[in-house]
Ligand binder design. Sequence first.
Ligand code: GTA
Length: 329
Amino acid sequence: RRMATPPPSPLSPGAAAPSGLRRRDEAEAAPVGSSFPLGSVRLRRLLRDSAREKAAFVHGQVVGAAGEETDAVLILEKTPFQEEKIEELLRRHGKMELQMSNDIYSTYRLQPPPELSEIKVTVVHPATEKHLQKYLRQEVHLIRETWEDYKNITLPFIQSQSFSIQWVYNILEKKAEADRIIHENPDPCNGFVLVPDFKWNQNQLEDLYLIALIHRRDVKSLRDLTAEHLPLLRNILQEGKEAITKHFGVPGSQLRIYLHYQPSYYHLHVHFTALGYDAPGCSVERAHLLEDVMDNLLLDAQHYQKRALTFPLRADEPLLKRFQEAGRV
Ligand code: GTA
């Protein structure tokens, strides 16, 4: 999506910011500095980098005041271009160095002014070993999990060790990100909260990414869904689409709305991403379109307690070891 003919979006210059969203210039006016001591991070190793995503996943060590060391994961990403800033970038370009020239073709190395070359930094601190593993580049293997595998292998495993979902409860209880909420249906059974995903900086619509977190706390993943949850899923689909169209001007037909299996966080949530954005985790081996999930539940209330599900696991994930020990890989 180009921002030349912007929707009634808080992101376009001069547009009034709907409640709960800050305009970009306001965000820039926020106090400089942060609670995270970026300058004192010691680089331990590069976990992964991606030339295509222009991102580096870094394992760092933070030294506290008393000399204690804690692990951190830093994700450094070059942010997408904003159309309204391109002219300024060309006009105010800094040093421009010719790299090669051939007939009508030439390439240059450009050093733009700092305010036009922003980098998004995502910090996980203190990071657990599981976080380091999550972002480490590794081989992946596909698992085909039957319902018996789920009950005997996966469920005991996720009950014994999975990422904390405190951040989800903080959002639901308005202890964090309350000013970022785009929509809420407060019903304790069929309600949810829609917030921008922390992978999206909200500066451009190309990589739009929001998540809907359900209020009820007894649904871990796709595997728990039955026809009983259809009203909840319908609310997420309809109200989520409407809210995104209203706030960002993106029609429902340009949204990819899906669940992950396996998720990283076992509190049911639904991903809303721009259809044109190749979001991490949107490939067939991980993503289940919400509307397909709803159709499956309509056809058979116990669909997800019967069928086998495929998902990828990284080579040294303990869950893969459990499947190997059970002779299932
Ligand atoms: N608003 O505090 C949070 C928060 N946290 C902790 C996670 N999320 C949050 N959102 C808010 N506030 O989309 C978001 C995540 C994710 C969703 C959880 O909640 O950004 P999931 O349970 O299905 O887990 O979804 P998933 O898919 O593993 O999460 P994630 O982090 O997207 O990781 C998938 C893969 O994408 C990773 O293995 C990694 O390779 C890649 N990835 C992760 N982050 C980035 C990134 N910033 N840039 C590029 N690639 C990334």
